[in-house]
Design a binder for this molecule. Structure first.
Ligand code: NAG
Ligand code: NAG
Ligand code: NAG
Ligand code: NAG
Ligand code: NAG
Ligand code: NAG
Ligand code: NAG
Ligand code: NAG
Ligand code: NAG
Ligand code: NAG
Ligand code: NAG
Ligand code: NAG
Length: 569
């Protein structure tokens, strides 16, 4: 789970040359126009819109942009609905651009300033983890399904209908509908293509926090490794191991640029043991860590003191790092889950300094700890207090419980996207290769699942070509979680929406993905990233690279989770 994720869903009804005869925003941005534009109750089954609760106010040159559009003048609309027979109340905010800026597109974007749906549990004021339990032992399933996929789907369905009416379009006017989001926003996007496939023309999903059961418990894995190996490395030691790995593996992709563009080659060719004995030093510092990823509360953050750390990398430190990168296995040696790519930061493994004993001690990341206490143990506790009596097999049990319990709400890995595909949907999926929160291989595994489920009877070449016509996946060399990586000055894509619109509206199927290097020696360089499963390989330190097929590389990204009897998509 990304630490920045929250339940905020922004809808932007963008743009222009409307068939509408209205000439100005003021003409359409009225309560009466929005009320008239609301779909009549009965049309959207299960949703009862409340016309009397509509608000509409024009905002001119507003300072905070709304999501992925540059429009800053828009109609700020709020609508409220209830689910038939339930008596709940869901508030949704929409931003409608001026009629002359409207281009018949509807964006549902995640985490944007402004627009959102309250998802029925007042997500404007509370985060989902704060409401997931009514009390010890009782799950708030309404909030869970709304968070899981329902609120966003409803926002889009209502929003599209509202857009047609708002601009006075013919009811059969095509409104291109797009989604863009990363981390939990990426998971939400995947939930939409899985469950509301016909509603979207294009979805851009980054580093999705899906496979929720495995993903969240995986946040406890690093602590579990330290406890099992009984070694609690000073954070500086692990930071040194990561830095030394980056230095050693950077050239394996054919260019020395500070970026491990081929973490697979690093995994296959580099032995972490070679770092043992290298010296490390980190100055004393006070660091502030944020609380649980969902949380809206600043109080969740903690400040901790780290003394100066000066030492040499130990065999124990390397063993911790290697075991973490190897991923969770059960006591019978079965693979349970995948892990971060080698060269990714090991932030979940951060220990905490106890100044009274002068030692480094276990620090369970609350991303994993709170998931276990609330979602698995069903206790109103914010964190696991320790891992007493917990083993690797306990983690497997927690994953199994979570997978079954939330299979149809939070797991979000349904691999059959036929509805989305057959109605013309396009999916652009990306993941930072050195993501230290959600492993990049997590995305690769889903791509493989979709390919094998949807094209089970086709040859390898056929299924790849067929899939790439509507679902493309890109690893972003060196990138971290939904952003660039301070340790690796690599590229990051900036115009995904332009690529998507070209694909959907003009039929321009991408084969590469533009990404710009934003720091370091190659700052400003535009790289055209390789589409999975091809991998970049530079020759002779030149500024271009080839996208190569490398079977050993692909195999290193391919996992079978034999610890589970059910398929894990
Ligand atoms: C908004 O900005 C535009 C361009 O700067 C300006 O022409 C217009 O008068 C502004 N509108 C309002 C209402 O301030
Ligand atoms: C939009 O309208 C709602 C309801 O009146 C209001 O609460 C909200 O602050 C407005 N948003 C902005 C950005 O002004
Ligand atoms: C726009 O104006 C034309 C011509 O007056 C009219 O036929 C049409 O119905 C109007 N469209 C809308 C959406 O009001
Ligand atoms: C790791 O490298 C970064 C810069 O890339 C540096 O800021 C940091 O101090 C290094 N850490 C250690 C432990 O060497
Ligand atoms: C890495 O090197 C160590 C020490 O030389 C050796 O024991 C270990 O087997 C090597 N690991 C691999 C995967 O080759
Ligand atoms: C950490 O914070 C303490 C208390 O505010 C302060 O005394 C100390 O100088 C700080 N240390 C560093 C390295 O910033
Ligand atoms: C780290 O410790 C070594 C050996 O005690 C010492 O020589 C070195 O100066 C120390 N480095 C720093 C930056 O304090
Ligand atoms: C979670 O609990 C563990 C164990 O008490 C503690 O070390 C860690 O700092 C806690 N994390 C947060 C973010 O509170
Ligand atoms: C819920 O369970 C936790 C852990 O057993 C306990 O500390 C807490 O008091 C319980 N809350 C209530 C309201 O009973
Ligand atoms: C761990 O197991 C031991 C032995 O079964 C038991 O005495 C102890 O209470 C357990 N600790 C916790 C925290 O469950
Ligand atoms: C990608 O980059 C190339 C070269 O800089 C440029 O010509 C092209 O327009 C870019 N594509 C998009 C979608 O921005
Ligand atoms: C990689 O393999 C795919 C599928 O077999 C093939 O279509 C493609 O041409 C190959 N690319 C290269 C660079 O060899």
């Amino acid at each position: 789970m990304g630490r920045t994720s929250r339940v905020a869903l922004a809808a932007l009804a963008a743009t222009a040359n409307a068939a509408s005869n209205a000439t100005s925003l003021a003409d359409v941005c009225t309560v009466a126009n929005v009320q008239a534009a609301l779909p009549a109750n009965g049309i959207i089954l299960g949703i009862e819109l409340i016309p009397s609760a509509v608000t509409a106010s024009a905002l001119y040159n507003a300072t905070s942009g709304m999501g992925s559009t540059t429009t800053t003048t828009y109609c700020n609309v709020t609508i409220t609905y209830t689910h038939t027979g339930k008596g709940d109340s869901v508030l949704v905010k929409y931003a409608f651009p001026s009629p002359d800026d409207f281009e018949k597109r509807f964006y549902a974007s995640y985490g944007a300033v402004g627009g959102a749906t309250s998802t029925g549990y007042d997500a404007f004021d509370y985060s989902y983890d704060e409401v997931v339990l009514y009390g010890n032992g009782t799950i708030n399933w309404d909030a869970t399904y709304m968070f899981g996929y329902q609120a966003l789907g409803e926002m889009t369905i209502v929003g599209k209908a509202l857009t047609t009416g708002f601009y006075g379009l013919y009811t059969d006017t095509k409104i291109y509908t797009y989604y863009e989001g990363c981390s939990d926003g990426g998971r939400e996007g995947m939930s939409q293509v899985q469950r509301f496939g016909a509603e979207y023309d294009g979805a851009i999903t980054g580093a999705p926090a899906f496979r929720f059961a495995q993903q969240q418990v995986h946040h406890v894995f690093s602590s579990m490794v330290e406890q099992t190996l009984d070694y609690y490395p000073p954070p500086c030691e692990l930071a040194k191991i990561v830095n030394a790995t980056i230095t050693a593996c950077d050239p394996l992709d054919g260019r020395t640029d500070g970026v491990v563009s081929r973490s697979d080659l690093c995994m296959l060719n580099f032995n972490l043991s070679s770092i043992i004995g290298e010296s490390y030093y980190c100055a004393a510092k006070n660091s502030t860590s944020l609380g649980f990823g969902f949380s809206k509360r600043a109080e969740g953050s903690t400040t901790s003191y780290q003394p100066a750390q000066n030492g040499t990398v130990s065999a124990e430190g390397v063993a911790v790092a290697q075991t973490i990168y190897d991923g969770l296995h059960d006591s019978n040696g079965n693979r349970v889950y995948l892990s971060w790519q080698i060269a990714a930061e090991l932030s979940d493994a951060d220990t905490v300094y106890d100044s009274t004993t002068g030692t480094w001690e276990l620090s369970i990341p609350s991303t994993g700890g709170e998931y276990v206490t609330k979602f698995i143990q069903l206790l109103e506790l914010d964190n696991l207090s320790n891992l007493d009596n917990v083993t690797y097999d306990t983690l497997v049990d927690w994953m199994q419980i979570g997978m079954v319990r939330y299979l149809d709400s939070l797991q979000t890995t349904l691999p059959d996207l036929t509805t989305f595909q057959s109605t013309g949907g396009k999916l652009l999926h990306y993941h930072g290769e050195s993501d230290p929160s959600i492993p990049a291989a997590s995305s690769v595994h889903y791509w493989q699942s979709v390919r094998s489920i949807m094209y089970a009877n086709q040859s390898s070449d056929e299924s790849l070509a067929a899939l790439q016509e509507w679902y493309q996946f890109y690893l972003i060399p060196g990138a971290a979680h939904c952003g660039t990586n301070s340790l690796q000055p690599g590229p990051y894509p900036e115009d995904n929406m332009a690529t998507m619109i070209d694909w959907v509206e003009n039929g321009v199927q991408p084969s590469r993905l533009n990404a710009t290097v934003s720091s370091g020696t190659y700052e400003g360089e535009v790289q055209q990233l390789c589409q999975w499963p091809t991998r970049p390989l530079w020759s002779g330190n030149s500024s271009t690279f080839d996208c190569v097929n490398d079977t050993a590389s692909i195999d290193s990204w391919t996992y079978t989770f034999s610890a589970f009897k059910l398929p894990v998509y």
